[in-house]
Ligand binder design. Structure first.
Ligand SMILES: *Cc1c(COP(=O)(O)O)cnc(C)c1O
Length: 489
């Protein structure tokens, strides 16, 4: 299996190279040249999550040995998840696929627990001698998941930049208390776009990269455009389907819909690949918050990022340029690399592209307002004594709208991307509860309402010392990296 660039199909490389590079030099994203077909579901029905993940990853990453893949999935999903890797919770006709039982309590763990092991193996097999600096700008969840995933991995340092004004209290606490001898965290003054733009600038500064190389460092990214993040996310779509089969809630071959709270389009794209592999998926429902670029795109065929970013209660979806959309466009355009490049250049240069005759096909897009999110959190709690976080509430709100508009009663799975404990303030407010001053009193209040124990990972934050106190301007990011290299060497 080879990977080529979405902007140049002649550029074909192995999965190890694609994982190490992250992004192609021509600006394109790496795409598997064939999407493999699933074996019959009967063969998969008795597999554990770890074994299923091993099987799917081997189909895509065939330059890794079976043993290397087994070790990677074991290290990722073995002990680091609380109880089950993923849980499927039934609520009447609906199913919530909880992807937040990993070490950082958000779905980013599904890929970022395994990516570091894939990367380390690739570094070893390729004989890379430089130390790798993983640079990550985060809107909240990726940063912590990358820190935990790469913590104490030899030959790699992980550096996270988070926007001072753009993450939740718990998300921030999780990051600034991070342990590990190779982890670095900086607050950047401004919003996510500032942090993101700063990181992009570093990646495109040739002189700076030469300086790093001389010092013995190379740059890489744990961003969701890395194919090593996308493929592991296919697994839980298949797993969810098999769980429903095993519980006799669907029949083999019956189509089901997935509703996905979407930002950078990585999660839902994995669902699209699962469908291409032969999983009986009907609709993929793409749910946006008030930053509804994708919703507009799927309704009109025009993608227009020329608007202000609106900070919302679902910060991990506050995004105007959904990088992974390029892979979807490439596939839907019949793998036309020239047209893909043209549209992407229009987006870069003009801030907008239009696609005449575009039909979303298997993807339906819509969005939820902040008011709807709060209402939905309250409604679900009152009817089912079940809590959902604001991202999941975006998905559920959009699903309700979908059901009003379309006559489609196929079973649906709401992809639940974060633990409610990461957003106690918003949830308490939505429920009409008073906000305690101390955020941990808020956590305890939530726990009492939900009658569910606070996860250890949240509890331990209360007494964790702050280990990362640095706040910098966007213009100081390069110097911050320079300092940490010069001081440590
Ligand atoms: C990252 C994230 C999303 C958005 O996922 P994408 O793959 O970027 O579309 C949704 N919810 C939560 C909690 C997240 O952390």
């Amino acid at each position: 299996m080879k990977y080529y660039s979405s902007r140049n199909k002649n550029l074909r490389i192995t999965s190890m190279d694609a994982i190490l590079k992250g992004l192609s030099d021509d600006g394109g994203l790496f795409i598997p040249e064939i999407i493999p077909k699933l074996p019959s579901l009967d063969k998969l029905r008795n597999l554990s999550y770890i074994d299923l993940a091993g099987l799917i990853l081997s189909m895509y990453f065939d330059d890794y040995s079976q043993e290397e893949i087994s070790q990677a999935v074991q290290a990722a999903y073995g002990e680091r998840f609380e109880e089950e890797v993923v849980a499927l919770r039934q609520d009447g006709n609906l199913n919530f696929l909880e992807l937040y039982h990993g070490p950082t309590l958000a779905f980013k763990d599904m890929a970022l627990t395994v990516l570091p092991h894939l990367m380390r193996t690739a570094l070893k097999n390729k004989g890379v001698e430089e130390e790798v600096l993983i640079l990550t700008a985060t809107s909240g969840d990726t940063g912590k998941a990358a820190l935990e995933g790469f913590k104490d991995i030899d030959g790699i340092r992980v550096i996270v930049f988070y926007p001072e004004d753009g993450v939740s209290n718990m998300q921030k606490l999780q990051m600034i208390s991070q342990k590990g001898n190779n982890t670095y965290v900086f607050g950047v003054k401004g919003d996510f776009d500032d942090a993101q733009a700063g990181v992009k600038e570093i990646f495109s500064d040739m002189a700076y990269k030469e300086y790093l190389q001389e010092k013995g460092y190379i740059l890489s990214s744990a961003n969701s455009i890395n194919i090593g993040r996308l493929i592991p996310q296919i697994v839980y779509y298949i797993y969810a389907y098999i769980e429903l089969l095993n519980k006799n809630r669907i029949e083999e071959g019956q189509e089901i819909n997935f509703v996905v709270p979407t930002g950078n389009f990585g999660n839902i794209l994995a669902g699209f690949y699962a469908k291409k592999m032969g999983l009986p998926i009907g609709k993929l429902i793409c749910a946006s918050n008030e930053n509804k670029v994708l919703s507009d795109f799927f309704q009109s065929g025009t993608y227009d990022r020329r608007r202000e970013l609106i900070p919302s209660s679902s910060p991990s979806m506050d995004i105007l340029v959904s990088s992974n959309l390029e892979r979807y466009i490439f596939e839907v355009l019949g793998k036309d690399e020239y047209l893909t490049e043209r549209l992407m250049n229009e987006l870069k240069d003009e801030g907008v592209f239009s696609w005449e005759n575009f039909k979303g096909g298997e993807i339906y897009g819509n969005y939820a307002s902040e008011e709807e999110v709060a209402k939905t959190i309250k409604e679900v709690f009152e009817s089912s004594a079940y809590l959902i976080d604001p991202h999941t509430a975006v998905a559920y709100s959009v699903y309700k709208r979908y059901r009003e508009e379309e006559n489609d009663d196929r079973p649906a799975v709401i992809v639940s991307t974060a633990s409610p404990y990461k957003f106690p303030e918003i949830i308490l407010e939505s429920l009409g509860e008073k906000l305690p001053e101390d955020p941990f009193d808020g956590i305890r209040k939530l726990s009492k309402l939900w009658k569910k124990e606070v996860p250890g990972k949240i509890r331990e934050l209360e007494d964790s010392p702050v280990l990362h106190k640095n706040t910098i301007d966007r213009g100081e990011m390069k110097d911050a990296i320079k300092n940490l290299i010069e001081v440590d060497k």
